[in-house]
Design a protein around this ligand. Structure first.
Ligand code: PGA
Length: 251
């Protein structure tokens, strides 16, 4: 049985005070009615300690949105996997499309980040997804397979059990356009096939593949009812406790 995960990617929103308030609101909702899935929050780095403190002892996990692959040293502005762990994180996003496209992160860099996350005991969520023109030209599947291969190469079977994947078509992120449940499910099947051919059927069966890209309370239930979709990575709708809790409840 693979884990079902609903995760909130707060991006560059929520300072420590507002982040703690949001986390407390989510926690309160889950105390009333526990989630039937794993819930993870990805606050900005400076807000991580406040969120960790707020959710301590609860079922809510906390992760970083990014990391650098070195352990420490002269890398001004960067944060290591060990620092995230030390701050109380259990997870980290690797290769979010905003990291790939705004900050120019390529597969070689992302592979090193994934390696650092695994070596330090964090569970990485590897994000993959195609641009609109890549989908329109029929290259979406190839792009996603290349992204998987470029980052997961060199990972062994045991390590893979700690990796989760988020399929986030770039054209659906923050745009209000959602992939249809069928389109999303069919790309999830492509991802699962790729995992199966590289790591075997059991690994593919166990792999949690979340969908991300304009997941909202009104469309979450239909997306999550797809057998292939094992949860959601939520941006905009995770910034309010009520809408995030609605999405959690639709699992
Ligand atoms: P969105 O963001 O839900 O605002 O589209 C999703 C993401 O980027 O993870």
């Amino acid at each position: 049985m693979r884990s079902i995960i609903v995760a909130g990617n707060w991006k560059m929103n929520m300072d420590p005070q507002s982040g703690a308030r949001l986390a407390a609101g989510i926690l309160k909702g889950l105390e009333k009615k526990p989630a039937g899935c794993v819930v993870i929050l990805f606050p900005p780095s400076v807000t991580i300690p406040a969120v960790v403190e707020t959710v301590e002892g609860s079922q809510i996990g906390v992760g970083g949105q990014n990391l650098y692959f070195e352990e420490s040293g002269a890398f001004t502005g960067e944060i290591s996997a060990g620092m995230l762990k030390g701050a109380g994180c259990g997870y980290v996003l690797v290769g979010h499309s905003e990291r790939r496209h705004i900050f120019g992160e390529d597969s070689e860099l992302l592979a090193r980040k994934l390696r650092a996350a695994l070596d330090s005991g964090l569970a990485p969520v590897l994000c993959v997804g195609e641009l609109l023109d890549q989908r329109e030209s029929g290259d979406a599947e190839k792009v996603v397979r290349d992204q998987l291969g470029g980052v997961l190469e060199g990972i062994d079977d045991r390590e893979l059990t700690r990796v989760m994947i988020a399929y986030e078509p770039v054209w659906a992120i923050g745009t209000g356009k959602t992939a249809t449940p069928e389109d999303a499910a069919s790309m999830h099947a492509v991802i699962r096939e790729w995992i199966s051919s590289s790591f075997g059927d059991d690994a593919a069966e166990e792999m949690t593949i979340m969908y991300g890209g304009s997941v909202k309370p009104h469309n979450a239930a239909t997306l999550l009812s797809e057998q292939e979709i094992d949860g959601a990575l939520v941006g905009g709708a995770s910034l309010e406790a009520a809408s995030f809790l609605d999405i959690i409840r639709s699992v």
